[in-house]
Design a protein around this ligand. Structure first.
Ligand SMILES: O=C(O)CCC(=O)C(=O)O
Length: 309
């Protein structure tokens, strides 16, 4: 993984019905990992649907039940067809919401923008660098991320690794990571924390369909490289207690957020501001729920240009 020592997640299934115990582990370690906790049929329905679409797009091999990569690049994937599927939303709104409710000890609200991940083998420019979700989702501190493997994910396929206890150190500085791009928000240069700057162990596990990894919004985590012949399929969705206030961002789908980002980007470019200012403006706009219009954008540009000067 890295030069740092790595280990396996603690499994919290036995504590599922003891909310105080779950909460104590979560607050201490910054994560909860559950084996086979989600309805496997619901998980495998998403896998099957994603594979069908990716087969039609020539990205994974036809006639296989596993997502065996054909060698086609990211540019071949039209994710509108993936985000049109009902099964991933059903997984988030059904089994994932149920799990979140148990963890919160009260009904959960699921963010309307689960991410569908399709990590291609040996595509280091699209790996997810180490980061904290709170860096990208401000305005609420009550959310937790649920990362869901949609297939068997062993060390060769990669998966998610996290730094236990890292949530206790507050929000870290996130810098642009050279040559790494988002495919969820196409063209966005990824920001994160360099692995060399993170102390302590990394934990991961060999994931199976039905497993769920729940982590704190300040827990540092990253996507391990995929060195297999398969496309790594996973879903990440976010939950907060239903009673907690909802920000603009949590109510929007990925496609709506993408459109919003495009609009803001267009205005920022017309105003001649830098990319660094644009990214800062974006996060603040979503946090405050401002419309993608010139007046709020120019006001924020002025604010950030002063700060970055
Ligand atoms: O699966 C990945 O590559 C990244 C997932 C992630 O960063 C998240 O769930 O917040």
């Amino acid at each position: 993984m890295t030069s740092q020592q790595s280990g396996r997640f603690r499994i919290s299934n036995d504590d599922l019905d003891v909310p105080e115990r779950l909460e104590a582990i979560f607050q201490d370690e910054g994560y909860l990992f559950f084996r086979g906790i989600l309805d496997v049929d619901a998980v495998l329905a998403v896998k099957r649907d994603l594979i069908n679409v990716l087969q039609a797009q020539g990205v994974v091999k036809s006639g296989e039940t596993e997502p065996i990569w054909t060698g086609a690049g990211m540019d071949r994937i039209d994710d509108i067809a993936l985000y049109a599927l009902a099964s991933y939303e059903a997984l988030s709104e059904g089994p994932a919401r149920h799990l979140a409710g148990k963890i919160f000890g009260q009904p959960a609200f699921m963010f309307k923008n689960p991410n569908i991940r399709y990590t291609l083998p040996d595509h280091s420019m699209y790996v997810t660098p180490a980061h904290q979700d709170f860096f990208f989702i401000r305005g609420t501190t009550s959310f937790r991320t649920i990362w869901i493997p949609l297939m068997e994910i062993d060390a060769t396929v990669g998966g998610l690794a996290l730094a236990p206890g890292s949530h206790k150190q507050g929000l870290r500085e996130h810098a642009e990571q050279a040559g790494i791009y988002s495919y969820v928000f196409k063209g966005r240069k990824q920001r994160g924390v360099r692995l060399e700057d993170i102390e302590g162990d990394w934990l991961t596990v060999d994931y199976r369909p039905g497993d769920a990894l729940v982590f704190h919004n300040l827990t540092l985590h990253w996507g391990l490289p995929n060195r297999s012949n398969r496309v790594r399929l996973s879903l990440d969705t976010r939950a907060q207690p239903a009673s907690a206030p909802r920000t603009f961002q949590v109510e929007k789908s990925i496609l709506e957020l993408r459109q919003y980002r495009k609009e803001v980007q267009r205005i920022v470019a017309e105003e001649g501001a830098s990319e660094a200012v644009f990214e800062a403006v974006m996060i603040e706009m979503m946090k405050r729920g401002l419309p993608a219009e010139r007046r709020p954008v120019t006001a924020l540009i002025a604010e950030f240009e002063r700060q970055l000067a």
